[in-house]
Ligand binder design. Structure first.
Ligand code: SF4
Ligand code: SF4
Length: 315
């Protein structure tokens, strides 16, 4: 049986296509963007998540999760003072190098400070869940957005879900890095109304040095989608010192302009650093730390891209 792995389903989404949408986030991505604000989207496997805010830090409770771990990966951690009672609490610390994400500790945690990130669905289960929000789609001109991670990495599952949604008359958007075999994208053509298509850098060597894969396939797939008559909403994360220079923005604008009427909108997404806490939940790592671009800078880049005849917004 085909199943797919998700890390989240978000209702009332107004950022991922027209109207009110429900966005299904699939787990796993072949890229490693250092600015990623959803680090839990990157790995294909289920991951232990520990939220410090929820950790009760009581002696009896702490022994439950520490003793449950067959790898000895949970140890006593930092002290914290309870703001309500003034009691001293001691949280736990997960030794990531020992944890194999088995999940044995999760059921022992009453507070749900420990959870496993990643849930498997059959296509039928996911379609049924998404259809629960159909009234919102119908009244707002919205629909479903399949996002990730990189959804095309789970193409058998995604194709079945897209087909199920279309059979129910749902407007469907697919949010993709474009880094997938054309044969995978081609299988989505009959069902997808709008592609949310990421472009990160026009120079392939710089693209590969920063996110781990070159960009030729991404650019080629964008051209093939345009030739197939599909609509693209191009999304460009604006990352300081990576892709925010005039040369790259001009090259990106030229590329989009050549795709013609296929590009219905270009969205500039300014870098932000709101994903830091998510990194700490699943790893000891940290995201890129940079200063978000100013409003003036974003407006300048928007105007530059718009001068190529493109419809450009700042997200
Ligand atoms: S992780 Fe859960 S079980 Fe362990 S000490 Fe914190 S709240 Fe208690
Ligand atoms: S997921 Fe498994 S290995 Fe990791 S801390 Fe929990 S019990 Fe230990």
């Amino acid at each position: 049986m085909t199943t797919g792995r998700l890390y989240d389903i978000q209702g009332f989404s107004v950022q991922d296509g027209p109207g009110i949408r429900t966005t299904a986030f699939l787990k796993g991505c072949p890229l490693r963007c250092p600015w990623c604000h959803s680090p839990e989207s990157q790995a294909f496997y289920k991951q232990l998540s520990w939220m410090s805010m929820r950790c009760l830090g009581l002696d009896a409770c702490r022994s439950r999760c520490i003793n449950a771990c067959p790898k000895g990966a949970i140890e006593e951690g930092e002290k914290r003072t309870d703001v309500a009672t003034g009691d001293e609490l001691r949280m736990v610390h997960v030794k990531r190098d020992l944890c194999d994400n088995c999940g044995a500790c999760v059921d022992k945690c009453y507070a749900e400070a420990l959870t496993l990130c990643g849930k498997d669905y059959t296509p039928e289960e996911l379609v049924a869940r998404l259809l629960q929000d159909k009234n919102f789609f119908d009244t707002s001109g919205g629909g479903v957005t399949i996002s990730g991670g990189e959804p095309l990495s789970q193409i058998d599952f995604v194709e079945a879900v897209l087909k199920g949604l279309k059979e129910n008359g749902i407007h469907v958007a697919l949010d993709t890095t474009g880094f997938a075999p054309w044969e995978s994208l081609e299988r989505t053509l009959p069902y997808v109304d709008l592609y949310l298509y990421d472009l990160k850098h026009m120079d392939s060597a710089k693209h590969e040095a920063t996110v781990g894969v070159p960009n030729e396939r991404i650019k080629e797939n964008a051209k093939l989608l345009a030739e197939a008559g599909k609509s693209l909403q191009v999304r460009i994360p604006v990352i300081p010192m990576f892709n925010d220079d005039e040369e790259n923005i001009r090259a990106t604008a030229e590329f989009c302009a050549k795709l013609g009427e296929a590009v219905v909108l270009v969205q500039l997404l300014p870098y932000h650093n709101m994903g830091v806490m998510k990194y700490l939940r699943i790893s000891d790592g940290k995201p890129l730390e940079a200063t978000p671009p100013s409003d003036e800078k974003m407006e300048k880049l928007r105007d530059l891209m718009a001068s190529y005849g493109l419809n450009v917004t700042i997200h």
